[in-house]
Design a protein around this ligand. Structure first.
Ligand code: BGC
Ligand code: CA
Length: 447
């Protein structure tokens, strides 16, 4: 009975993913303002075992395999089918994933681009041939967020093609004549005129050393695309802002071609004033909080919803318009918000803590604990410029001493080699290089 359920669930999830089904989006949350203080990376240890708060963790006598664990930003899953890796997601009773709703965000990104095209129909077709051409920078062909964004853009622009019942998210390389098989030409009618929408080119932005979502590679790609397509390029879409800003700075700003990214990194939000088309906030302020909050709650031995859906004693609480929890997937998902010329000013400070969860916990009842946390690639724009600075603010508020480890974006070993002493920590937060590689991390805790 249980097995049947688990299988059905896995099948549903795999399908949902492969089909890149664009979700029945929950209402995007509204961003609220907040004030915050900055904090430093390194924190001095102050052991306090004085608290009478039930603590499920204690570096001295809890086995590493039983310590709280959170996966974040890269959800343990099969990189070709998207099927969730439930053994990693339920490694122990205190294991969770924190990310964001990839389909809802992907749909928003696609819609944002389509809305822009419609609103600027009179001028968008730069060479006046009736074809609206776009190019697409893909982050990582095996990353579910990247796949969702590619599908979201193609769906909205009418260029998506179904292969074996699911939307094709493969890069096309170049597609000057519209004959590529991974996409098709879309049509758009505005103000009584019919345009063709064509994905002129797309490629995975992976550098020669193997790092994906690579901004420099995207900057080079736009140069190559611009020399072959020139004024056939009317719009640039990117799976993230790191790559988007690289293309904006090297070509699209000067050529007044709108670029649309994802992540709402501060530099991208600021660039909207200079012609960057728009971006999507994945509510990193909520995700960074959740990442550390689930560990805090597990360490305190309290209900996992404390300070999340249920207010804690300090008044921290999140509302349903910014996140949801999927119990079967053991995953928390933040909701996304579109950031465009209409509202970008509210998003200028991407490292501001989210005000409803910005209250300091009392150290006498939430004793200081040690957490080991890694970022898969120290050079990833979103994680280093937005996510980590937020984590560094929340760790103070939650009385967690976090050791931050930055990987090289290429191998898990570069990261896991630096966790030689898991017994020194109370809890762990992992951001894998590849979503398939959870075992490289859990093996260390199982020893
Ligand atoms: C972000 C990307 C980032 C990637 C890393 C995505 O959610 O949007 O910018 O590079 O995560 O895993
Ligand atoms: Ca054209």
């Amino acid at each position: 009975m249980k097995k049947v359920l688990a299988l059905t669930l896995a099948a549903t999830m795999a399908l949902g993913m492969a089909a890149c089904s664009v979700s029945n989006a929950n209402n995007p949350g509204t961003q609220s303002s907040s004030s915050s203080k900055t904090s430093s990376v390194s924190e001095t240890s102050q052991a306090s075992e004085t608290s009478e708060t039930a603590s499920t963790s204690d570096t001295t006598n809890v086995a590493n395999k039983d310590k709280p664990l959170v996966w974040f930003n890269r959800q343990p899953s099969n990189s070709s089918t998207g099927e969730l890796d439930m053994s990693a997601l339920s490694f122990n009773d205190n294991t969770y994933y924190v990310g964001f709703d990839a389909n809802q965000g992907a749909e928003l990104q696609g819609t944002m681009i389509l809305d822009y095209i419609k609103a600027n129909a009179d001028t968008i077709d730069r060479n006046g041939d009736g074809i609206i051409g776009y190019v697409l920078a893909i982050g990582d062909i095996g990353h579910n967020d990247s796949i969702a964004r590619t599908c979201g853009v193609r769906n909205a622009l009418g260029t998506a093609v179904e292969t074996n019942g699911s939307i094709n998210s493969e890069p096309v390389g170049t597609n000057a004549d519209g004959k590529a098989t991974a996409v098709k030409d879309g049509t758009l009618e505005v103000n009584g005129k019919t345009y063709t929408i064509r994905e002129l080119a797309s490629q995975e932005m992976k550098n020669s050393a193997g790092a994906t979502w690579d901004a420099a590679t995207a900057g080079n790609a736009i140069g190559t695309w611009a020399s072959s397509f020139g004024d056939q390029i009317d719009v640039i879409a990117s799976n993230n802002d790191g790559m988007g800003m690289s293309m904006f700075n090297s070509w699209s700003k000067e050529n007044k071609v709108p670029t649309f990214g994802y992540d709402a990194n501060a530099d991208a939000v600021a660039a909207i004033a200079e012609g960057y088309g728009g971006t999507i906030s994945q509510h990193a302020d909520v995700q960074a909080y959740l990442t550390l909050r689930v560990l805090r709650n597990s360490l305190d031995g309290v209900d996992i919803d404390t300070g999340i859906g249920t207010a804690d004693e300090a008044g921290n609480v999140l509302s349903e318009d910014v996140y949801y929890y999927n119990e079967e997937e053991r995953s928390y998902y933040a909701l996304n918000v579109a950031v465009t010329a209409d509202n970008y000013e509210e998003f200028m400070d991407s490292t501001k803590v989210y005000e409803p969860v910005s209250n300091q916990l009392d150290e006498s009842t939430h004793a200081s604990k040690k957490v080991w946390l890694n970022i898969y690639n120290a050079a990833d724009n979103f994680l280093s410029a937005t996510y980590q600075p937020l984590l560094q603010k929340y760790d103070d508020l939650l009385n967690l001493q976090v050791e931050y480890i930055g990987g090289d974006g290429q191998t898990e070993a570069n990261i896991t080699n630096r966790l030689s002493n898991p017994s020194d920590y109370d809890a762990f937060a992992f951001n894998m290089v590849k979503t398939d590689n959870s075992a490289s991390y859990t093996a260390l805790l199982n020893q």
